[in-house]
Design a protein around this ligand. Sequence first.
Ligand code: MN
Length: 154
Amino acid sequence: MKNTLIAATLTLAGATASGAQEIQVFPSGSAASTIASPENFSGHVVVDALVPPPIETPAASGLVSFAPEARTAWHSHPAGQMLIVTAGRGWVQREGETRQEIAAGDVVWIPAGVKHWHGATDVNAMSHIAITYVRDGRNADWMELVTDEQYADR
Ligand code: MN
């Protein structure tokens, strides 16, 4: 009787009787899209969260869609970031280096602490899934916007 009660309590909390958590499926479109903040992004950028905020994972995740000329501000990630380009063509640039073109299917790894930006090209939209690892509760350190001169510098 006691074991049955414990099992029922765990199931209510989203766990199985063995203590493992359930697999959860979040249907596409279950979270509203948001417009990225002009403090950290230039141009029109739409962010779709991939996992509802109450779910704790070791990384933040989102589908980020950039209109032509839209881009992030300069920033770095305390624990690194994986970008998976899902559509279009874009650019990624590390400070002090030439930018690189990225296209659908490309995967980009940005190591911890590297100052960089990413966004669309000047003529194409670009969307990527961003998997951004968390350290001490932070996943990004935001800096100044990428100026039009920096963006136009090939
Ligand atoms: Mn980044």
